[in-house]
Design a protein around this ligand. Structure first.
Ligand code: DI6
Ligand code: FE
Length: 398
């Protein structure tokens, strides 16, 4: 039994209002679990002989969770960024054979080890931001072999770094050159999903429901297979136009629907009724120079929980800082610092279907981040600055 008590800390448990803040708090950790959390004066008798670590007044939060990334890919799209700034739109670049399919070519050409290496450089940046759980999607292979390779790379990361990885199959991300969307879905995407599930490489299934992506009818075919395989679904919905994707996600009991700049009132109501988390992705909004914002106030009114993520990807959000995503969610969309932190802890856990992480609570996983700040609002307030002191992963100081 490995027992440890963190003392002299301010704790944002995220359990309850006002960050669930506990001043002069202590956390007792037993192996990889939180045994007890509360005011230091009330430390249970059994913990009093445990090894103590004085945190000198630092802030402890749940380890941060990046619940939407496309971290595994090869190549760069800096050239398209340049094209866009010279006047071309994202949709035009995509139609002209750029966009997602150009990353597909680079990713297909990369070996598993090469992909692992470039992904690690990005993962290390997230880790330096206090992240302990990362969701990673496939979707830059668009053929069986490369989709599986991407997911294997994502799985291997867990053995190399102290971090939890959740994988998402995103075969329905784009149509590869020379194929119709329908035959791609039936002849490539769905067979690849079945194989990936058989190889235990998939934790959830996602799709890009958009006029430059797939229709709700095509996504339905993928979701039906996910359901048959017992896998939860998520959806890129209403990012560039309203396709009624959020309602489709709600119908399938999705964990989350993400982006949502163009969501309708009916879409919001459907998400609220089905308990679907809204994935707020300010990086893509910012990087694409979009002007239409997701309806944050309506999500609040409807009681739709909001998660915040980097959407880290080479085309629309080449960012590897979850803290910066929190800052942008506040400055661009008006989330409060508390909502932003809830969005990368409690609600991010929910967006991944994780029930024992995202809060500091007895019985939960001991995945924690310790910060050189004294108030949790500091985490959302700063730009491009990660005041991380240390992470604790599965009860270990890492
Ligand atoms: N929506 C996005 O913003 C990213 N994927 C998606 O479905 C863009 C991915 C890319 O451009 O490479
Ligand atoms: Fe995305």
């Amino acid at each position: 039994m490995r027992n440890l008590v963190l003392t002299n800390a301010r704790i944002a448990t995220m359990d309850g209002a006002d960050y669930g803040l506990i001043d002069d708090g202590a956390i007792a950790i037993s192996d990889d679990r939180i045994y007890w959390v509360g005011g230091a004066a009330h430390l249970p008798l059994v913990c009093q002989s445990w090894h103590k670590l004085d945190l000198e007044g630092r802030l402890i939060t749940p380890g941060l969770i990046d619940c939407h990334t496309h971290l595994v890919y090869a190549g760069s799209r800096a050239n398209e960024f340049e094209m866009r700034l010279n006047g071309a739109s994202y949709a035009e670049i995509s139609k002209a054979g750029g966009g997602i399919v150009s990353t597909v070519a680079a990713t297909r050409a990369a070996s598993e080890d090469e992909l692992l290496k470039t992904t690690l450089t990005r993962l290390d940046k997230l880790i330096a931001d206090g992240v302990t759980t990362v969701e990673i999607k496939s979707g830059y292979g668009l053929d069986m072999e490369t989709e599986l390779r991407m997911l294997r790379v994502a799985r291997r990361l867990e053995a190399i770094r102290r971090v939890r990885i959740k994988t998402t199959f995103l075969g329905a991300h784009a149509v590869p050159k020379g194929m119709s969307a329908d035959s791609y879905i039936d002849d490539v995407c769905i067979p690849a999903l079945r194989q990936a599930a058989q190889d235990k490489l998939v934790d959830a299934v996602d799709g890009f429901c958009e006029n430059i992506g797939f229709t709700t009818e095509q996504i339905t075919r993928v979701f039906d297979v996910a359901k048959e395989l017992g896998l939860p679904v998520k959806l890129h919905a209403e990012q560039l136009s309203d396709q009624d994707g959020a309602a489709l996600a709600a119908k399938y009991g999705a964990l989350s629907a993400d982006h949502l700049e163009y969501i309708s009132d009916a879409g919001i109501a459907a998400m609220a009724a089905a308990g679907v988390v809204a994935g707020i992705l300010p990086g893509a909004f910012y990087f694409l120079g979009e002007t239409r914002k997701p309806p944050i106030e309506k999500f609040r009114q409807a009681g739709v929980p909001m998660a915040v993520a980097t959407d880290s990807n080479p085309g629309s959000s080449p960012m590897t800082s979850l803290l910066l995503a929190m800052n942008m969610a506040a400055t661009l969309f008006g989330l409060t610092p508390e909502e932003a932190l809830r969005g990368t802890t409690v609600n991010a856990a929910r967006a991944l279907g994780l029930s024992e992480t995202g809060m500091i609570k007895s019985g939960y996983r001991a995945d924690l981040s310790i910060w050189d700040v004294d108030h949790p609002a500091e985490l959302t307030y700063r730009m491009g600055d990660a005041p991380l002191h240390q992470r604790i992963f599965a009860g270990e100081w890492v």
